[in-house]
Design a protein around this ligand. Structure first.
Ligand code: AMP
Length: 387
């Protein structure tokens, strides 16, 4: 692009205007990528079909469908790299973009993450444990799968499920028909119900040169399939469990020659970690890194895709909690008054259950454990959010 300063050997301009990164998608993850990239001198361009998206103040927005040829072309023109902020970017669009600019993470990662069956098959091939599963394309398949896996089991759409949408728990073998009437007619997968002790996630980043770094394991609580809270470090994690999780993300990333941040959601059962799904992008369970890690997931994703050295994934304090703000959270101003609370809002219109922001609480965080403990501040925040 004209006016763009020549990059230094590490990819950043010394002065003048920095390189442009193209992002497919204009939601809160794109917004937080841009907010993290601006101090590095990066500029942003987005492809987003919706009006007035959360990124609208943060760069040029090309308003077009994700598979619009001209839109894709306009996005890719002169950029240092193109990335995405959601995993349902059409793979074909990513391949078109690849003809024009470096595209990271690789489109193959999108293909793997977009279909729960392909994803689970890939995990297994890489020696990563998963729930037992069976593809389901008809009611007969479902009956057979239920016989094999037993109940309870979880029936899920293979594609386009998120935040617990597109899935039904089947409690007994007789309930198959009801679940089929709800989800049938699309490619489905039946998963054995995992009696997990807790849900964890591993957020890691891989650079263009293969450099790899992982953040400490995150412990996640969901309500109605939606993430409500993440805590770091996850309780009682030892180096062995962290290494096990690290090996999972490394295996996936090495297989795909991955570049960028990858999150893998895990079920812990005893010492075992079962992979549930992966997100080839920055992830909600990594939002705590904005205030609780030396380099946040957003900056590290950008560093990776434009070919910079990665930043430290170490904890900045003793730990952090992230609480999602869902719907129309009451008493935001009182949340802001909690010492060490960092509020991040997405400029989204509230709707019930919709993620409109999050708050990070940092252990220590300026209030000092002697003044008010993290648990105490957390209790206040949760009380405010639950009304
Ligand atoms: P997902 O859309 O696959 O992330 O599922 C949403 C949530 O449903 C997960 O975070 C779990 O709490 C629960 N869940 C999904 N699959 C299973 C399973 N096979 N066994 C037990 N719980 C599950």
């Amino acid at each position: 692009m004209s006016g763009q300063a020549p990059p230094r050997s590490d990819g950043l301009p010394v002065s003048g205007r920095g390189p442009v990164v193209g992002i497919v998608g204009g939601g809160q993850l794109g917004r937080m990528l841009a907010l993290a990239g601006r101090p590095l001198g990066l500029r942003f361009r987005f492809l987003e079909p919706k009006d007035d998206p959360p990124v609208s103040e943060l760069g040029q927005v090309i308003q077009a469908p994700y598979d619009d040829r001209e839109g894709l072309q306009a996005l890719a023109e002169g950029v240092a790299a193109v990335t995405y902020e959601f995993e349902n970017v059409p793979v074909e669009s990513a391949r078109v973009l690849e003809q024009m600019a470096p595209v990271f993470p690789p489109p193959a990662a999108l293909a793997m993450a977009q279909d729960r069956l392909t994803e689970k098959e890939s995990f297994r091939r890489l020696g990563i444990e998963t729930a037992p599963y069976h593809p389901v394309d008809s009611l007969t398949d479902l009956r057979e799968a239920l016989k094999k896996l037993g109940a309870p089991a979880v029936l899920k759409t293979r594609r386009f499920g998120y935040d617990g949408k597109g899935q039904v728990v089947i409690d007994s073998l007789e309930d198959g028909e009801e679940a089929w009437s709800e989800l049938g007619g699309r490619p489905l997968i039946l998963e054995g119900f995992v009696p997990f002790e807790r849900e964890l996630s591993i957020v890691a980043v891989r650079g263009r040169d293969g450099e790899f770094r992982d953040y400490p394991l995150v412990e996640n609580d969901h309500r109605d399939g939606i993430l409500v809270r993440s805590r770091v470090p996850a309780r009682g994690v030892d180096e062995e469990l962290q290494s096990k999780a690290r090996r999972i993300s490394e295996a996936v990333m090495d297989e795909l020659d991955y570049v960028g941040v990858l999150a893998v959601e895990l079920f812990q059962v005893g010492d075992a970690l079962l992979a549930n799904e992966m997100a080839p992008r920055v992830h909600n369970s990594g939002h705590w890194t904005q205030d609780g890690a030396w380099t946040c997931q957003f900056e590290n994703h950008l560093r990776a895709v434009i070919g910079l050295t990665l930043g430290s994934t170490g904890l900045r304090g003793e730990g952090a909690h992230m609480l999602n703000l869902l719907g129309d959270p009451p008493r935001r101003e009182r949340l802001a008054a909690i010492p060490g609370a960092a509020i991040h809002l997405y400029e989204k219109d509230p709707r019930p259950g919709r993620k409109v922001g999050h708050v990070n609480l940092i252990a220590g965080g300026g209030s000092g454990p002697a003044e008010r403990s993290l648990e105490d501040r957390l209790r206040e925040a949760i009380e405010l959010l639950d009304g």
